[in-house]
Each structure stands twice: as C-alpha cells, then as structure tokens.
Design a protein around this ligand. Structure first.
Ligand SMILES: Cc1ncc(COP(=O)(O)O)c(C=O)c1O
Length: 372
C-alpha cells in the first residue's frame, strides 16, 4: 500500500460537509472578504493565544510582510534570520529593501540560538526573526531577552506552531508580533492560503489592519493613509477554519502520539537515524523530520517501496540563488548546510492509517541493514 506524505483526499472526506456548508453559507450571504466570519476567527485566535489583537491576512508570508512594513523595517536595516528556514523568513525582509543577516542554527533543534544570533548581529540589526520548524521551537525566552538587550524588534515566525507552547507560553506570543499560517499542510490547515498576525501592541495592530487592505482608513473607504497590500482573508476560509479550530488540540495530540511512536521505534530499530529531541509535550508537531545518513539514497529506497517523504529544506537560504547578492558561499553556515543534506520528513498527519509508522520504520531499518 502506497503511503503518501500528505493525504488531503482522506482529510477532505471527513470535512466535506463543512467545506460545502461554508461555501453555501457565504455564497448566499453578501459578505465575501474581511467581514463577520473573519472577525469571528480573529476573536477566536486572540482568545486561544491570549493575544490582545489578532489580524487575519492572506498567508503566513503576508503576515511577515505586513508586520515588517508596519514596523518600518526598510533600506539600511539589518534583520537577523535563520540560514535554515522556509524562504519567507528572509525573502520578506529583502522585499522591504532591508538586509537579511543569516545566523546558523543548532544541529539538534534546527533553531537559531542566542549564541548564533550574537555571532552575526550588527549595529544596524533592527529586528530578529526566529522561525519554528518541524517539531522544534526556538528558545524564545532567551531570544526575547536578547532582543530587549539590543533594542531589536522581535518577529516570531511561528507560522507552523499554532497550538504549541514554549516554557508554558503559547508559540507566537513572545514576539512584538507573532504569526500563524493556515496553509493546508499545517496542523490546523485550511482549504487554501491564509494567515494570522497576533500582537499585544494596539498601535502595531492598527497599522497591520490598514496595511493588509491597501493602507486604507479603517472607517472611510478609499482614504489611504499608507501604501499597503492586498493581504486579506476571505469569508469561506475563515468559516472553515472557525469550524476546525475547536479540533486543533485533538489534531495536535494525535500528531504528538505518532511522533513519539516514530521516536520509540526508530531509536530501537534504526539508531543511526537521529530523531527530534525533547519529549514534544509542548510542540505543535508540524512535520516529523529526522537526520539521516545517506539521506538521498534512503529517500529513493523508501520511494521505491511506495513511501513518500519530503526534504525540508534541500538548500539553506544563504546558498539560494535569490540571495546571491549577499555574497555567501559554502561553509558560511555549516550546521544549516549539514541539515540540508541530512533532514528527511516522514509521513505524519492525523489521518495516517494504523500500522503506517511501524511499516515506515521497518523499511528504514531494512535500508540500513542492507547497506551495512
Ligand atoms: C517558517 C515558515 N515561515 C513562513 C511560512 C509562510 O507561510 P505561508 O505558506 O502561509 O505563506 C512558512 C510556510 O511554510 C514557514 O514554514
């Protein structure tokens, strides 16, 4: 039996009525974008995270763009961001005309640390953008303290981490602003692109609300105080997410259960594969990523047995052609480079059929036995 990495059709089968209801309800209303259902989702996310304000936007990337713009980050500013991350944590900085200053990450967690940030920080560093990945969280209390010490704005790229916690506080709530993505693969997962900004700063929130909708006054239409964006959420997406949000803890519990099962079985059957550190109790397990010797051969072997895997991320950001102008080369961020050679994401989602984790681990163990 084939094991797809994502299994959207199976998920859809369980949510089809909700999707169709949402389309019908919104279609029969005269509210399509940034109306009552979006406001209800904002209120629900604010309540869940304890944020004073939640601002719905079109995607996690849109959230980063709007936050950086609202903070006035631009030409002449440096922004410290991980060399190993999704492109958005750096591309949004570059699009503001600011300079992404890459920092290396910790090998076990794949996260920025206070030490790696200190190693690259410049006097022009106005902001810090730590990113959550996989089933890992940055040490946010330490990074908050570091940002305060150096008067840097802290933008918490918690795109993948809604529902997770760090030292008891919700992921996304250490930054001057945090954000969540509702891309379908994320633990909450919508039916398209969507995102959310959270902050306790009322002034920042108001600026974000204006910027997401062309910089318009929040009362008077076609009065533009700022040059803004179209980064708006639609009502169908908001209604569907409102229906899924009460189930988030259940999804996360199942994701953690599967991750722990992988951990236990892999440590026993294939100890050469390095599993995610920690007990995962506070993590919003998004992807289950191991560090594997002979990663590409293992991946081909698994594909040959019908097991689909993914590589997040095959090339670190400092070696991306898009950032060639920053002048980096191989060896600049050795941990990021090593992780991009070793990381492999195994199938993990709440719809995974029983017995799948056992089967994937068996095949991984067989691959290393054959190679030995
Ligand atoms: C760390 C990180 N930041 C930002 C984003 C961007 O979110 P979106 O895909 O909703 O634009 C992602 C998406 O995968 C991400 O993993």
């Amino acid at each position: 039996m084939a094991v797809p990495y994502f299994d959207y059709p199976t998920r859809y089968a369980g949510w089809a009525e909700d999707v169709l209801d949402a389309v019908r309800e919104v279609g029969e209303s005269d509210e399509f974008i940034l109306k009552s259902r979006v406001a209800a989702l904002e209120a629900a996310v604010a309540q869940r995270t304890g944020a004073a304000e939640a601002i719905a936007v079109a995607s996690g990337t849109g959230a980063l763009t709007v936050i950086l713009t609202a903070m006035g980050i631009g030409p002449g500013d440096d922004v410290v961001t991980p060399a190993f991350s999704f492109i958005s944590s750096a591309s949004t900085v570059a699009l503001r005309g600011a300079r992404p200053v890459f920092a290396d990450v910790d090998y076990d967690t794949a996260m920025l640390t206070a030490a790696t940030v200190e190693a690259v920080r410049t006097t022009a560093s106005r902001a810090l953008v730590p990113a959550y990945l996989f089933a890992s969280s940055p040490d946010m209390p330490a990074l908050r303290a570091l940002a305060d010490r150096h008067s840097m704005r802290l933008i918490e790229d918690s795109a993948v981490a809604l529902g997770g916690r760090v030292a008891g506080r919700p992921a996304g709530r250490y930054g001057d602003a945090g954000l969540y993505s509702f891309f379908p693969g994320k633990p909450l997962g919508g039916i398209g692109d969507a995102g959310m900004i959270v902050t306790d700063d009322p002034e920042l929130a108001t600026t974000c609300r204006m910027l997401r909708n062309h910089g318009q006054d929040l009362k008077v239409r076609f009065l533009h105080h700022l040059v803004g964006f179209n980064s708006r959420m639609d009502e169908v997406t908001a209604l569907f997410l409102l229906r899924r949000l009460p189930h988030l803890d259940k999804f996360l519990t199942e994701r953690r259960r599967l991750a722990r099962q992988y951990n236990d079985l892999l440590r026993e059957a294939a100890p050469v594969v390095l599993t995610p550190p920690g007990d995962l109790a506070e993590q919003a397990v998004y992807t289950y990523v191991v560090r594997a010797p002979q990663r590409d051969d293992l991946r081909s072997y698994l594909a040959g047995r019908g097991i689909e895997t993914k590589v997040y991320y095959p090339r670190p950001l400092h070696l991306q052609p898009a950032f060639r102008h920053l002048g980096h080369g191989p060896g600049d961020f050795p941990v990021a480079e090593r992780l991009s050679r070793e990381c492999l994401a195994l199938p993990l989602h709440p719809e995974l059929p029983a017995g799948t984790v056992e089967r994937v681990v068996e095949e991984i163990a067989r691959f290393y036995r054959q190679g030995a």
